[in-house]
Design a protein around this ligand. Structure first.
Ligand SMILES: [Fe+2]
Length: 209
């Protein structure tokens, strides 16, 4: 499985728009976008039958699914320095929730803000995407769902900013940055790092930590 799917790029573009709207400068927003595209790269170590399971995951399957955050952080630990810290945090913490009910129980402001940005964009893309177990939701219904989770899954202030971006149709915020989120150069650099690291994992026949 290659980490740059259309959905990954969609998450990256939304994350750049939202980062700019949250006050990050364009360089940092670009880094967040590049890292956001990789947020699920650890799924290469999760069996396909779990990734594509149409129904609810069993408790054991869920425990295996949760390891994609750890594998992803490991895979990306050799990225260039300025991107590495952001990417590793995003990969490790993108399933944390504002109220502490996420994968590992981190809550509120303890979760780096740019990780929360990626979480909310990931949720929006997941809801509006076609999946083996569900039809795509209309964007307006996805927004209602996200709004209903303010203070639970997401920071209330971030939900308000996300709503503002949605009302501006994201692209307008994104275009303000005059920046391609995944330039060919950074994309191939990241792909190379990920592929090299994955090969290393296979060579070392590492077990899931
Ligand atoms: Fe994930």
């Amino acid at each position: 499985m290659i980490p740059f799917s259309k959905e990954d790029e969609h998450v990256a573009k939304l994350a750049i728009s939202l980062s700019l709207a949250c006050g990050f400068n364009s360089k940092m927003a670009g880094l967040i976008g590049d890292a956001a595209a990789l947020h699920d790269c650890g799924k290469v170590k999760v069996p396909e039958y779990i990734i594509n399971k149409p129904g609810r995951l069993s408790l054991d399957e869920m425990e295996i699914m949760k390891t994609h955050t750890i594998w992803g952080a490991y895979i990306l630990s050799e990225l260039r320095e300025e991107l590495r810290m952001i990417a590793v945090n995003i990969v490790a913490f993108h399933h944390e929730k504002w109220d502490g009910s996420g994968y590992w129980g981190y809550r509120g402001g303890v979760i780096p803000y740019y990780c929360q940005i990626v979480s909310i964009c990931d949720m929006y893309v997941a809801l509006t995407a076609n999946r083996p177990y569900k039809e795509p939701w209309p964007p307006s219904e996805a927004m209602e769902y996200i709004k209903s989770n303010a203070g639970k899954t997401f920071c209330p202030k971030l939900v308000r900013t996300f709503l503002g971006c949605y009302q501006l149709q994201f692209a307008q915020v994104f275009n303000l940055s005059q920046r391609d989120p995944l330039t060919e150069k950074s994309q191939s650099f990241i792909m190379e790092s990920v592929e090299v690291k994955q090969l290393k994992i296979q060579d070392e026949r590492m077990s899931i930590p």
